[in-house]
Design a protein around this ligand. Sequence first.
Ligand SMILES: NC(=O)c1ccc[n+]([C@@H]2O[C@H](COP(=O)([O-])OP(=O)(O)OC[C@H]3O[C@@H](n4cnc5c(N)ncnc54)[C@H](O)[C@@H]3O)[C@@H](O)[C@H]2O)c1
Ligand SMILES: [Zn+2]
Ligand SMILES: [Zn+2]
Length: 380
Amino acid sequence: MKAITFEGPYAVKVSDVPDPRIEGPLDALVRITTTNICGSDLHMYEGRTSVEQGKVLGHENMGIVEEVGAGVERIRVGDRVSVPFNIACGTCRNCSAGWTSFCLRTNPLEGIDGAAYGYANMGPYQGGQAEMLRVPYADFNLLELPPGTDHELDFTMLSDIFPTGWHGCALAGVEAGDRVAVFGAGPVGLLAAHSAMLLGASTVWVVDKEKDRLALAQKIGAETVDIASEDPVEHILDATGGRGVDRGVEAVGYQAHDPTGEEHPEMVLDNLVKVVRATGGIGVVGVYVPEDPGAQSELAKQGRIAFDFGMLFTRGQAVGTGQTPVKRYNRVLRDLIVSGRARPSFLVSHELTLEEAPRAYERFDKREDGWTKVVLHPAA
Ligand SMILES: NC(=O)c1ccc[n+]([C@@H]2O[C@H](COP(=O)([O-])OP(=O)(O)OC[C@H]3O[C@@H](n4cnc5c(N)ncnc54)[C@H](O)[C@@H]3O)[C@@H](O)[C@H]2O)c1
Ligand SMILES: [Zn+2]
Ligand SMILES: [Zn+2]
């Protein structure tokens, strides 16, 4: 089959790879109808992870079940499904507690709990930027969707970024009436803003420097702050009478940079400590890594981020972090889509074929104007 493989920094290509097959009785094969390129893929694309050459990328997948193993009882051939990016066993201690992003059994790599498709350090699983995907523990992992093709562009956000935006709000403790600051207006930040509004936030600020992304944030009713022209801390403190917001979401990650492009991995964390009120909450869903050989400072190379922890303590703020347990939220978010309350497809900018993916990686990576979210249709 055709698939997008990682070949080295700034190099992905359309490759012919072996068709996946049922390897165990609990597996299913899903024929991919839609698969997205994610900001997380860009960390690999830019050579900032140890992902191996030849890996099939793609962890934001949905499609139609093509075949199931002998032990699969709930999911049936022909079902339309969303595939959470986490690969979870469903029965370990963390899975049982709802933390499928920290499954204790699916990642054979020492010291890392949690597995995912097509991702560095997340286990030996191929991704879904391909015609077909093997899904382990299919009954547990797959989310069933209404048959047909309705809401395809909304449902395709259920595998990762809609739950991730929601998780950022959950970790921050967003409740009705809260004022919320979201740093990063990429797909995750935009859906964190959308989630905060669905949860009843009174005002949401979205901070970035990409004008097209900020325009989308405005379109869904957020206030925006452009770091290219103003200091986000001053802006948000001014707008809240000096008190700050109740909750903050970090949707940028370890490659946070200033408007000139110079990286400062502590920059957004510092800003959040300053704009969130004392005893408020901060949800960090932007990715930070234990080692980053490509970092600009010695400290950051070892994954050590020197942010304002003293002030965080003094202000009594709560911080939540980590990969999203997609399954915790995706059923509810699917139903919000079906009822018309949620419309995460608002950020889709491009629908392309697999053949067009290498060029799309390049342009999305440069955050070129208008390239907010790329979805691929392998069957097209
Ligand atoms: N926790 C999870 O499970 C999970 C899931 C998906 C993605 N992620 C991570 O979330 C982060 C965002 O993902 P995305 O797809 O939106 O990526 P993206 O790269 O498209 O968006 C990041 C945005 O942050 C902006 N930015 C950079 N520096 C900034 C700063 N100092 N202040 C404000 N904005 C700044 C960039 O301009 C960009 O628009 C990434 O780190 C990604 O790996 C985490
Ligand atoms: Zn993703
Ligand atoms: Zn598990």
